[in-house]
Design a protein around this ligand. Sequence first.
Ligand code: TLP
Length: 348
Amino acid sequence: MPIDLRSDTVTLPTPEMRQAMFEAEVGDDVYGEDPTVNRLEAMAAQRMGKEAAVLVASGTMGNLVSGLTHCQRGDEAIIGSKSHMLMYEVASLAAFGGVQMRPIANDERGMIDPDQVEAAMRPVNIHQPRTAMVAVENTHNRCSGGVLDSEDVGALAEAAHRHGAKFHIDGARIFNAAVALGIPPSELARPADTITFCLSKGLSCPVGSVVCGSKETIEGVRRHRKMVGGGMRQAGVIAAAGIIALDTMVDRLAEDHENAKRLALGLATLPGIHLNATAIQTNIVIFAVKDRSAESFVEALQSRGVLAGVAERGKVRLVTHYGVTAEDVDQALNAVEAVARGQARGRE
Ligand code: TLP
């Protein structure tokens, strides 16, 4: 079996999840009659300190239906230049919502500068779109799992709200951020009008994400979920795994963070590999390779039993998760070393 470090999306459900899915009490969720979905949504809202929540098929759908709820056609949304919403969601909010996406540079940690957000806010002017939403990502995927703290999100929310825009958090990995900071996720979600988090990544569920917000906002999100075909029926089989995830899989994310740190510190000692290992706070490690493409590096790793991903040009991504042990990390480091040294000798 290869060591699969491509993503935490490859995690498999735990035996307890499978059992809970098998036994789940279900009903038609579009009628609001699935007791297991209702339970998960109540739990999720409570964890995020919000009034309400709605289960969606994926993180991508959660971000889309949140954006559709906050923005009208012809509006503008301010987002990070390296954000998942900009890079990897097939321009869904532009395509389906007619929303113009306005990127602002993410720093190394995934933060965007609140002053730059302020400066990008549109004045009321007949020539210009309305700034309807500011969205940030926490943790930040393309910024090596970087974490925003309560002060960061507070400052961005304030900038948005001062100008009448809504504040959305793509919290696909918000539990990783909360565990890294040692605070409840509700503290990070507090200033957000909507927050999406994924059950299907480090929390190891087979499918599902949740959008949380005020009762009124979530009614809008639920309506847009239906519009994009995301109204599911006996979705309790999905929600059952989500309940187990929230109960049993959050605290253990600290292990993934330790493994990522171990991996990063090991990588930093290898020739031809560049990263700031001390900056790794959560479960995503991105490193640059010199004098060869990230694609060929990933291919060479694969032949040595390690699956990795390409983060961007010249950069390789490794993600630790529930299916990866400390021994796997050491083995992966050996494989990377062999590829890196082969590369240094021009042989791999
Ligand atoms: N990220 C995936 C890929 O799409 C890149 C991964 O392997 O990391 N927000 C963030 C920050 C994400 O990292 C992802 C998925 C999503 C949203 C979308 O979630 P899904 O895959 O459930 O649509």
